[in-house]
Design a binder for this molecule. Structure first.
Ligand code: SF4
Length: 152
């Protein structure tokens, strides 16, 4: 079982499939995530592939503060992902609620709803910061670190 788990982590760190979900962002963070996926920043050099279904994804990349309307959808998407699964919060809003903190329709950061493994602050963070954040998470997993579920 341990061997199977190690094999799964090995495969994941060589070619993680990611799913991008906007929980209420102003769209600037989304543009930076998309920029990170273009050949200019070339996130594919880490084997990263954007997928359209949570059932095929290893890493959930979330942008924006979590609105009350989006919270159940975010939870459902997370639950649909197979184990082992990881979450990256991109942008200050996803990390903590950012500029939308305290708004009546906003719960706060992503970790108010699901566990987060990597936080990438910035408003919005640059594509190279996003690529570095993903690379750091993969490096941590490769070294045998746990998912963390804490601030990086
Ligand atoms: S962190 Fe800034 S750019 Fe990103 S969703 Fe929030 S306000 Fe928009």
């Amino acid at each position: 079982m341990a061997l199977l788990s190690r094999l799964r982590t090995w495969a994941l760190t060589r070619s993680p499939w990611i799913l991008h979900f906007n929980t209420g962002a102003c769209n600037a963070c989304d543009i930076e995530v998309l920029a990170a996926l273009t050949p200019r920043f070339d996130v594919e050099r880490f084997g990263i592939l954007l997928k359209g279904s949570p059932r095929h994804a290893d890493i959930l990349v979330v942008t924006g503060p979590v609105t009350r309307q989006c919270a159940p959808r975010l939870r459902r998407i997370y639950e649909q992902m197979p184990e082992p699964k990881f979450v990256i919060a991109v942008g200050t809003c996803a990390c903590s609620g950012g500029a939308f903190q305290g708004c009546y329709g906003v719960l706060g950061g992503v970790d108010k709803v699901i566990p987060v493994d990597m936080y990438i602050p910035g408003c919005p963070p640059r594509p190279d910061a996003i690529v570095e954040g993903i690379a750091k998470l993969l490096e941590k997993l490769r070294r045998g670190g746990s998912s963390g579920r804490g601030r990086e």
